[in-house]
Design a protein around this ligand. Sequence first.
Ligand SMILES: [Zn+2]
Length: 316
Amino acid sequence: MGRVVLSIDAELAWGFHDLQEPPADRLRDPRAAWRRLVELLEEFSIPATWAVVGHLMLEEGNGDHADHPLAGSGWFDADPECDATAAGHWYGPDLVEEVRSAAADHEIGCHAFSHVVFDRDRIDESTATAEVRRCVELADEWDLSLESFVFPRNVVGFREVLARHGFRAYRGNTPSRWYDDSAAYPLAKVADFAVSDSPPPIVSPKIDEHGLVDVPASLCLFSFERGAPVLEPVIGDHPVVRQAKLAIDEVADGDGIAHFWLHPNDLVHESDYDRLREVLAYVATRRDEGRLTVETIGDVARQTLDRRDVPERTYG
Ligand SMILES: [Zn+2]
């Protein structure tokens, strides 16, 4: 049976603190967007992998970064530490708790401690290790065990560090056609996307050389918000909804994975919620028909690794 995976880059303001001009609309009320996303997933009983920036698990004002390799570099300057009015964008234990206690069986995964991009040209292994280790320590305090990782800005690196810290899986990059985090898209690509009747990539998990399961992304549900021409159709579905439905139909009764992802911050306008609701409703319908299952990255990893452990049958 085919599978749908939904992963969520849960970061509040941490996804933007290194940008010169953070997108104001996506930072207006990221906490409300997070809560509404939890509610929407409850409505359709859809579990997701919430890849949470570890810093959000800290209680307000507990931003102690003294032993972090980037302490003193300016990296943490945006964190208001004890300024409670501004702290809501940098701390979110209440929000993480909402995910943990939701009825939908969400997985809490990891999106690094402070959204450091795991790029070997920019950081060394000690920084990657500090980012991962701090999250594992925090999760431990929360009685959680982190298994799945989503790389900030989808830059896949230092996978050996994940393996050493007990992770089992990560979201890999979308094969071929798309690079979801690029600032702008060539118009031809956007046009192709808008009219295409072929689904986005249907993926399958692979075990990498570190023993980690790579569950690549198929489609960012808000990939055209940044720097791309707006393609709101006059009639019919939004192009992203149409692409998502094509992918869902492709995996229904099949055996691939349609792996969608988004940030809570992507939900800015009511039309954004409508778009997501339409995709979730479509997933729920196909699931209720018994034609696909909805799984987390952790579920996929477990099954993939279990299958590997089955000894090969010998004959003769
Ligand atoms: Zn991010």
